[in-house]
Design a protein around this ligand. Structure first.
Ligand SMILES: NC(=O)C1=CN([C@@H]2O[C@H](COP(=O)(O)OP(=O)(O)OC[C@H]3O[C@@H](n4cnc5c(N)ncnc54)[C@H](OP(=O)(O)O)[C@@H]3O)[C@@H](O)[C@H]2O)C=CC1
Ligand SMILES: CC(=O)N[C@@H](CCC(=O)OP(=O)(O)O)C(=O)O
Length: 376
């Protein structure tokens, strides 16, 4: 049972509330109890930021394999006075005694082993890794270079790209949260592809990410002196998000789709921009495109369509769950250019995971997510 300090409003997971009256007075009685495995990573700590402000969910356990027993503020001093909690260890049975829903913000290869154990205990799971996104195990193994998860568990996974598959998420027990690049890419391409306005064989995606997309661990790739004032292309034709993008575009197009997908690392902390090109199948004006996209995303609060010819920037979604999309038809080349931006840690990970929690529980999908982007 979580205790919220009545004076400072901080959440103390180490203390025990001693009466239901206290719980009721703080409105916790009917909250869904959530645990976060991988709470010491960038995705996990962003889940904490949003869940602390969520009116219907209550964090009951923050979990780490390497730092169990230590206060979370040891690694994340920015939570001082906000979340008082020692990190719990990774024990699915103990976690299930406390939580109704578990977020696994853990690396690929770790989630594939943890999730089956968690589901066995009866908790609902939202997994942020790539382990359960690819439905064909041989494709998964070819791109991820390690064993695919158990087939039966894989079959249970609902792919949670909320604006596209939101109807499948309601009432689901296990959600596989989409990748960051696939989220920006798919939301940008799907309206034009599903309308048949672009040639599926012609798609090129030029993608760029801030460094937090690589997680909190250090590497030569993300070392300050290596990436500051630098711009690097990486994993060309080998990126693990290629089969995820192709699987979803194939479903929409009803025919096999392959894409050229090139990722770049940019010297900024957060943000993804995907600039996409495809051959138009007819003569469509920018106004036609605006109408198509606005209609497609009508009633979807987290997708914002720019006026034709206006281009979104990563700063305009920084720290928020928005995906902003701009486009223009080029009548000289007959091609369409689409620019889609998200915050990789929010709409690309923790924010979309909470949007999925909301849809899973039948709540308004914006619950706990109505934060404006941080600007400038
Ligand atoms: N960063 C991003 O923008 C995005 C990330 N993702 C995916 O989300 C997941 C988390 O990413 P991110 O937060 O960036 O990664 P980080 O590297 O920042 O964090 C990884 C987390 O996993 C935990 N962990 C590592 N090994 C184990 C283990 N054996 N058992 C339990 N926990 C373990 C680590 O904690 P500890 O060592 O303390 O146990 C840490 O909390 C990954 O699958 C990533 O691919 C998806 C979309 C976007
Ligand atoms: C900048 C950077 O390194 N980004 C990571 C994004 C991976 C990620 O977020 O993980 P998922 O595969 O779980 O989606 C990459 O390109 O591999």
């Amino acid at each position: 049972m979580t205790v919220t300090d009545q004076v400072n409003g901080n959440v103390n997971l180490n203390a025990t509330a001693n009466s239901d009256a206290l719980e009721n007075s703080q409105g916790h009685a009917n909250k869904v109890k959530v645990a976060i495995i991988g709470s010491t990573g960038y995705g996990g700590v962003e889940l904490i930021r949003f869940l602390l402000g969520h009116p219907q969910a209550e964090i009951v356990s923050v979990i780490s394999a390497s730092s169990a027993g230590l206060p979370i503020t040891d690694g994340f001093p920015h939570l001082t006075g906000i979340l008082v909690s020692d990190l719990d260890g990774v024990d699915p049975v103990e976690i299930a005694k406390k939580a109704d829903v578990v977020f696994t913000a853990t690396p690929s290869g770790v989630s594939s082993k943890l999730v089956p154990q968690l589901l066995e205990t009866g908790v609902k799971v939202i997994d942020l890794s790539g382990d359960f996104r690819i439905k064909d195990s041989s494709v998964y193994e070819a791109w991820y270079k390690h064993d695919a998860p158990d087939e039966q568990v894989l079959e249970q996974a609902v792919y949670g790209l909320c604006e596209i598959n939101g109807d499948d998420v309601g009432g689901a027990e296990f959600i596989s949260n989409p990748g960051c690049y696939p989220t920006a890419t798919l939301l940008g391409l799907i309206p034009a592809l599903s309308a048949g306005w672009i040639d599926p064989a012609s798609i090129i995606i030029d993608a760029k990410s801030g460094v937090s997309g690589a997680g909190r661990g250090t590497s030569l790739m993300t070392h300050y002196a290596e990436i500051n004032e630098n711009l690097k292309a990486y994993k060309i034709n080998k990126h693990q998000h290629i089969p995820e993008i192709e699987q979803n575009l194939t479903q929409i197009a009803g025919e096999p789709v392959t894409v050229t997908f090139t990722t770049h690392l940019v010297p900024m902390t957060r943000g993804i921009m995907c600039t996409m090109y495809a051959q138009l199948n007819g003569t469509y004006t920018n106004e036609d495109l605006t109408e198509l996209y606005r209609q497609y995303y009508e009633g979807r609060p987290f997708v914002r369509i720019r006026e034709a010819g206006q281009w979104p920037a990563t700063k305009e979604v920084f720290g928020s769950n928005y995906c902003d999309i701009g486009f223009a038809a080029d009548h000289r080349t007959g091609r369409l250019t689409i620019v889609s931006v998200i915050d990789n840690v929010v709409k690309g990970a923790a924010g979309q995971a909470i949007q999925n929690l909301n849809l899973m529980m039948g709540w308004d999908e914006t619950t706990g997510l109505k934060l404006s982007p941080v600007y400038p």
